[in-house]
Design a binder for this molecule. Structure first.
Ligand code: SF4
Ligand code: SF4
Ligand code: FES
Length: 255
């Protein structure tokens, strides 16, 4: 909660102490009718995961001060609220009653996923993240095809950047979760990656669109490790599914 501390750094000491006390206090509330406890100010998403309750999510990072809120997958219902809320940005409160499933949140999550896939270059059997990909896992969780048909396909059609000795950046598989940009721009890091362009053309690229191999990249590989899909991969990553018969995921792709 350093962001809140940052905003209040000029407050008198007594107020800062009071704020820190409030942030460290525990609150009792309910998720899916299960009584749970979490630190006051904690976001519903992390409180749920800490208590073994899954909520689909792609862009949230626990250490991030301001939730990115891009993937729109983590919706939950909170009793007393008219509309579902994003669990990655909504703090817990004493007595709150959260429901992780409802017809409405299921529909919102499926729509968010289908929109993501509408501009995704789906080619799992030739992708280094095949069988360890967050999209594949989500398709199973949400019971949605990796190749949904509801929205018109709008491919990104950006060039793949394989100029770096160890990293491949494929913008056509990027889900714009922002994790790589965030880790790359953390204090002490090179700050090479950023979002470029706007709207449907938005993608991740090095500063001034230079090839990654010509950039100031310091080869820390944290961007690759943070990427939940096959958009940033190590060059030595094997395309595992090229061996053996097609599994259920490959069969689903063909459907
Ligand atoms: S990023 Fe995931 S869903 Fe997309 S092609 Fe690769 S393995 Fe398949
Ligand atoms: S390259 Fe990977 S980590 Fe970066 S925004 Fe795209 S999907 Fe997220
Ligand atoms: S995890 Fe909440 S919007 Fe992505």
């Amino acid at each position: 909660m350093t962001g809140i501390r940052g905003r209040t750094s000029n407050w008198p000491a007594v107020l800062r102490v009071s704020e820190e006390y409030t942030m460290s206090a525990e609150v009792n509330f309910f998720i899916d009718d299960k009584p749970v406890q979490a630190r006051a100010g904690e976001k519903i998403l992390w409180a749920a995961l800490d208590n073994g309750i899954e909520i689909p999510h792609l862009c949230a990072e626990r250490e991030r001060e301001e939730p990115f809120g891009a993937c729109r997958l983590c919706f939950v219902e909170v009793e007393g609220r008219d509309l579902p809320v994003l669990s990655c940005s909504e703090p817990v409160a004493a007595g709150m009653r959260v429901h992780t499933r409802s017809e409405r949140v299921d529909r919102l999550r499926r729509t968010a996923f289908e929109l993501l896939m509408s501009h995704h270059d789906l080619d799992c059997k030739n992708c280094a993240r095949n069988r360890s990909c967050a999209l594949q896992k989500l398709a199973g969780t949400l019971k949605v095809s990796l190749r949904p048909k509801r929205f018109r396909k709008l491919p990104t059609e950006a060039p793949v950047d394989d100029s770096h000795a160890a990293i491949v950046l494929n913008p056509n598989r990027c889900i714009l979760c922002g994790k790589c940009v965030w880790v790359c721009n953390q204090a002490g890091r090179s700050g090479v990656l950023d979002f470029v362009f706007r709207g449907l053309r938005t993608r991740v690229a090095p500063f001034r669109l230079e090839p990654l191999g010509d950039s100031e990249c310091d080869d820390c590989m944290r961007c690759v490790d943070s990427c939940p899909v096959g958009a940033l991969t190590r060059k030595k990553d094997p395309a595992e599914s090229t061996s053996g018969p097609p599994g259920p995921l490959e069969q689903q792709q063909k459907a």
